[in-house]
Design a protein around this ligand. Structure first.
Ligand SMILES: C[S@@+](CC[C@H](N)C(=O)[O-])C[C@H]1O[C@@H](n2cnc3c(N)ncnc32)[C@H](O)[C@@H]1O
Length: 254
């Protein structure tokens, strides 16, 4: 069991919980988005670089292109994404709670307040087949826990224009976690990170309600391939804080 009280505090957060965190100014920018500081402090530049690489956002002007960030939160990461949009002349659109969006700059940014897709019908009707890049970083597990991931993804991919890419990043995969922590490498990693002699808690062959696993992720890949998109799972580089138990999903419209 994890002894850090914040670990429990930031487990299984709802959209409403995130609103409360966003307004709590006793919290760091990382805690406001549900992370312990150790997982984000000094790491967001690496996350940003990985997003650029996976979306192939090379350093050239992209006038008339649109980037939608679903659930940008309020740490340095969305600021880096907004700066990149400015540099590359990409139109940025953000959708998150008012409480989160209020923490981010508004100049040159289109903001939609509310839960995607349920609360933003205008965004969905106005941007069908028009978006070049969609980023949803560290969000899919919250959608999985709270609502329907297929509704979320079906609507998101309907916004992509031909050639457009959707990156759902930083998805915790409980199967990957179990595989890793069942190895000597995983046990050594756990013991060093937690400064303990104990073994990581791993239970195979039990139900894992609320957790995304291989079945969910491979099912998503198959669903969108069957719909005519290109879809794949991508590993995270070891410079990212939870690379050994998380992965990314990339869906591209041909
Ligand atoms: C863990 S934070 C990640 C923030 C940011 N993407 C990052 O990685 O730094 C999750 C964010 O997603 C937002 N969120 C969760 N579900 C959402 C949804 N369906 N529509 C819009 N925002 C959502 C939360 O309010 C929160 O700001």
């Amino acid at each position: 069991m994890n002894q850090n009280p914040d670990f429990e505090r930031f487990q299984n957060l709802s959209f409403e919980d995130f609103k409360t965190l966003a307004k709590d100014n006793s919290l760091s920018q990382y805690q406001k988005i549900g992370f312990l500081n150790i997982y984000r402090e000094g790491k967001e530049k690496n996350i940003f670089q990985d997003i650029i690489l996976k979306l192939a956002l090379e350093n050239e002007a992209k006038e008339d292109k649109i980037l939608l960030d679903i659930g940008p939160g309020c740490s340095e990461l969305p600021l880096m994404i907004l700066d990149l949009c400015k540099d590359l002349s990409i139109k940025p659109i953000l959708v998150d709670s008012k409480e989160m969006l209020d923490q981010l700059p508004s100049e040159g940014v289109v903001k939609y307040e509310g839960y995607f897709p349920n609360d933003v019908p205008t965004l969905i009707s106005d941007y069908q087949n028009k978006v070049d890049y969609i980023v949803g970083y560290s969000i899919l597990h919250y959608v999985f826990y709270n609502t329907c991931i297929f509704k979320f993804l079906d609507v998101a991919v309907s916004l992509l224009k031909p050639g457009g890419k959707l990156l759902m990043g930083d998805i915790p995969n409980i199967s990957k976690r179990k595989r890793f922590y069942s190895t000597e490498t995983g046990i050594a990693y756990h013991q060093k990170f937690m400064n303990t002699d104990s073994l990581p808690g791993v239970n195979h062959l039990i139900p894992e309600p609320t957790h995304i696993d291989d079945g969910v992720l491979l099912g998503i890949v198959q669903r969108y391939r069957n719909f005519g998109f290109d879809a794949c799972l991508l590993p995270q580089p070891s410079t990212l804080p939870m690379f050994n138990r998380r992965e990314d999903l990339l869906i591209q419209k041909y």
